[in-house]
Design a protein around this ligand. Structure first.
Ligand code: ATP
Length: 235
């Protein structure tokens, strides 16, 4: 089938203040794919997502989304193009209940999921509608963090380590959710340390090391790349 590139990152460099973190990232994501960034702690995966979202001090190079250049765009404009980031720390407001957390992010584009559609994907959230953020389990918080960006109309979802700290059964649920979202036409850029989980959802992988992409391969070629991967990830 013909593939169309939705996100094209070229020579992306980023800085936190004086700290030069990304040193020329090159990768792309096609429409409807799940692409996973792998790499050791501190390799620059989170920084890559923040750089795409425009929430980092300084960035140079090229980030093209549907042909539009994001490198000088502010994060609110980037969000309005339909790009959303679900951060590692999840960002659930403790003093708000599930419903209030869901309704908080502004709807930026038409086509966002309705609350009913969201509850169909995440039945637990419906039962917990009146529960405060603090009362939710880690898994429920993660579901809520994903659910709330689906409401905004975003179609390109960046998920930063959604399985971190969660029990195997919850990780499996998140896997089903990602597979379902892919089927519904969402494009997903995932950062994962849990390689076993990543391999259940990813179409392709990129390996990040010292702020650069050092390798990339399709899930179909995974077994041929396993030895290299063990070396890269130190597992
Ligand atoms: P992790 O899984 O640990 O988050 P990562 O691959 O996502 O790994 P990043 O979080 O992108 O890595 O971090 C890349 C580098 O940037 C690390 O050396 C980190 O210490 C540094 N870094 C991250 N955030 C900041 C910040 N706010 N200010 C300065 N340096 C930072």
């Amino acid at each position: 089938a013909a593939t169309s590139t939705i996100l094209d990152v070229k020579n992306l460099e980023s800085w936190y203040g004086e700290s030069h973190i990304l040193h020329g990232m090159n990768f792309n994501v096609n429409a409807g794919e799940v692409v996973t960034l792998l790499g050791r702690n501190g390799a620059g995966k989170t920084t890559t997502l923040k750089s795409i979202m425009g929430i980092i001090g300084k960035r140079t190079g090229s980030v093209a989304f549907n042909g539009q250049q994001l490198i000088r765009m502010t994060s609110d404009k980037i969000a309005r193009l339909g790009i959303a980031l679900c951060p590692e720390e999840r960002g659930i407001f403790a003093s708000l209940d599930v419903r209030e957390n869901l309704l908080l992010p502004p709807v930026v584009r038409p086509g966002g999921l309705t609350l009913d559609q969201i509850f169909e994907l995440f039945p637990n959230l419906k039962e917990r509608l009146k529960s405060q953020g603090t009362k939710l389990s880690g898994g429920e918080q993660q579901m809520l963090a994903i659910a709330r960006i689906l409401r905004t109309g975003a179609s390109f979802l960046m998920l930063d380590e959604p399985t971190e700290g969660l029990a195997p059964v919850i990780i499996q649920q998140i896997g089903h959710t990602i597979a379902r979202l892919k089927k519904e036409g969402f494009t997903i850029l995932l950062v994962e340390q849990n390689f076993r989980f990543a391999s259940t959802v990813a179409d392709r992988y990129y390996v990040v090391e010292h702020g650069k992409v050092i390798d990339g391969f399709a899930n179909a070629d995974l077994s041929a790349n396993m030895d290299k991967l063990h070396t890269y990830l130190g597992v």
